[in-house]
Structures are given as C-alpha cells and as structure tokens.
Design a protein around this ligand. Structure first.
Ligand code: AMP
Length: 329
C-alpha cells in the first residue's frame, strides 16, 4: 500500500466511528502529546457530533503548557470505540493498555516498524515526527478537516521538538512546508519557544553538575549516570533528570552520548537514553531491551555491569564508524 492509500484507509475508519479513543506512548514527549492532542482537536472540530477522547493519566511538567488531558471513559465506551494510536512503535509502550478493549485499532507512526499492529496501519518511517504526519493528514484532506490555531499549535510543537528544532536528518522540504501550513493558522511562536527553552535555577545547577560528572570514552562516547541521590540533592523530578541527555550533545568528536537515569523502582531499573550524530546507535539500544530511531533511542539496564557493557558496545560502534567513515565531526 502507498502512503496515500494507508492515509485513506485511516480516514475511512475515522469516518465510520462515532466514538474514537486516541492513545500514545509512555513517557510523554512533545511529539506524542502534540500528535494526540492535535488529532483529537482536528477530529472534534471536523465532527462535533463524534465523541473523541484521550484517556491518559500521565503528567509532564515540560508539556503542561499544552494543557491537561482529563477525559475519562467507561469500558462500554472502549468496546464501541475505534482506537487510534499515535507515535507508538509497539503495543507494550501504549500508555493506556485498555486500548485492547476497543473494537478496532489504527496505528499512525513514524518509528521503525518492527512491530506492525492494528486493523489499519499508516507508518512513514522517514517522517521527522508523528506530528508531521498529522499535518500531512490535514494537508491531504483540507477540504474535509477543520483546523484552528489550537490544533496547529499542538501539531507544530511536536514537529519542533521531535525534529530537534528542524535539525535532524529526517527534516526535508516537506517538513518545512507542512510546518508552514501550521504556522499559517496563527501559532504564537514566542510563548511556545519560551515554554520550551526556559529553565528554572535548580535545573541550571543540575546541568552544571552533569557537566562536572560526565565522562568520555576513548573513542568518543559521552556518558553520565544520574543516581537517585543526585536527583534528590538537586530536588529534581525523574523527568527533569532525564533531560540530562541533551546536555551532552555538541561535543566535538563525541558521536554518541548517553544518559543513564536511575528510576528508583523496586527492580532497580536504569533508563538509558542514547543519542548519536552521523552514525546509528539504535543497534546498541536493541541489545539492551530497547529500540527507537537510528540516532535517538532508548533502553533499560538493571545494574552497573550492564551499564558498563552498554558503554563498551557504544564505544566499539563509534570506533568502527570513525575507522570506516570520513567527514564526521
Ligand atoms: P527517549 O530517549 O526515551 O526519548 O527515546 C528515544 C526514542 O527511542 C523514542 O522514539 C522512543 O520511542 C524510543 N524508545 C525509547 N525507549 C524504548 C524502548 N525501551 N523500546 C523501544 N523504543 C524505545
């Protein structure tokens, strides 16, 4: 099926149902919040008589400016509804597992399609964000779908955040044209970017500590371990602690950077956030119960030995890349 055929199949399903539930992934990010809320708003504006809900009890301090999701639904609602899952590669990462009750399932995603699922699937791996796909859906069905500034702001936010502010490799002319289509709806960029960039004093202090503590391997992997003690010391949430990965980017010669965040759960799990430029790092993530995009992936380890092994694997991957490629920085 072509992308257009897949998109048509998604629209056919949406048209068929009066009750629709939208789902997204665990560990909220700008793209899953933007695409879920953006799609919900688009569909509500277009079909005021349809009942379109987003039931997810997760909270994010960073994304609070986009507004809370307070929908509820009883089991009967689920059973009659179409489930539309956005930005989620595999079903075990869907934040509300009650999607299983729904009558039919639609997958809309831009991750590597290792786990195809759903009665209807629209996956475009080369899109820089799932929000870009929702913008594309709007573009393709402009005569039918209704948009407003609020919907466009959700969608634009996800496009901006998941593409690293339009820097990552997946960004192409189509990304910018679709972003332009959203801006045309009157998105207010100044408050948006203030919300995305401003940090409080405690977070800045934490950032300084991360730079103190980080290490670099022989071949160029920057890494840092954020223990529970450190999180307590700086009075930061797990979510803020997890942003440490972005502090490590931009070091010359470090083609990969990794943050290990101790979660404090009973299993002693450590969240791993892996990033890279020029080269892929998802193969390393996949070896440790993870996956994701080539240059932005995640996994989980359970002790210091596994952490060391993962760092060694990443170091070997960087070494191999540097030895066989030119032009990296
Ligand atoms: P994160 O560092 O959590 O922002 O993750 C980066 C990318 O990897 C996102 O697209 C996630 O969906 C994906 N990802 C993170 N953790 C996992 C995992 N355990 N399994 C599969 N994909 C993951």
């Amino acid at each position: 099926m072509t992308n257009l055929q897949q998109m048509n199949a998604v629209m056919d399903k949406i048209r068929q149902y009066d009750k629709i539930l939208i789902f997204r992934h665990v560990r909220l990010d700008g793209d899953c919040v933007g695409s879920s809320k953006g799609l919900q708003r688009l569909l509500q504006l277009t079909w005021p008589r349809k009942d379109i809900r987003l039931v997810d009890y997760q909270k994010s301090d960073f994304l609070a400016f986009l507004g809370a999701d307070e929908d509820e639904a009883d089991d009967d609602f689920y059973r009659e509804a179409l489930a539309v899952v956005v930005d989620t590669a595999c079903t075990d990462r869907i934040s509300n597992q009650k999607f299983k009750l729904c009558r039919e399932l639609v997958k809309i995603d831009h991750h590597i399609n290792n786990e195809p699922y759903g009665d209807v699937m629209w996956v475009e791996e080369e899109r820089s964000s799932c929000c870009e796909m929702i913008a594309r859906l709007y573009e393709a069905f402009q005569d039918e779908l209704v948009i407003d500034r609020e919907a466009a702001t959700y969608i634009y936010t996800g496009m901006v955040t998941d593409s690293g502010r339009f820097r990552f490799e997946g960004v192409c002319g189509d990304t910018m044209r679709l972003a332009g289509l959203m801006l045309d709806q009157g998105v207010k960029t100044e408050p948006l970017f203030a919300n995305l960039y401003l940090s409080d004093f405690a977070t800045l202090k934490f950032k300084a500590a991360v730079y103190e503590q980080m290490q670099i391997t022989e071949n160029g992997v920057a890494h840092v371990f954020i223990s529970r003690e450190m999180q307590k010391e700086f009075g930061i949430t797990l979510e803020t602690a997890s942003t440490a990965v972005s502090f490590l980017e931009g070091i010359k010669g470090c083609l990969s950077w990794i943050a290990f965040i101790e979660s404090g759960d009973a299993e002693g799990s450590i969240r791993v956030r892996l990033r890279s430029r020029f080269m892929a790092i998802n193969t390393v993530a996949e070896k440790y119960r993870g996956g994701g995009h080539a240059c932005a992936s995640g996994s989980t380890v359970y002790n210091q030995q596994e952490m060391a092994a993962l760092i060694a694997d990443a170091d070997a991957a960087v070494k191999e890349y540097k030895e066989s490629h030119e032009g990296w920085l």
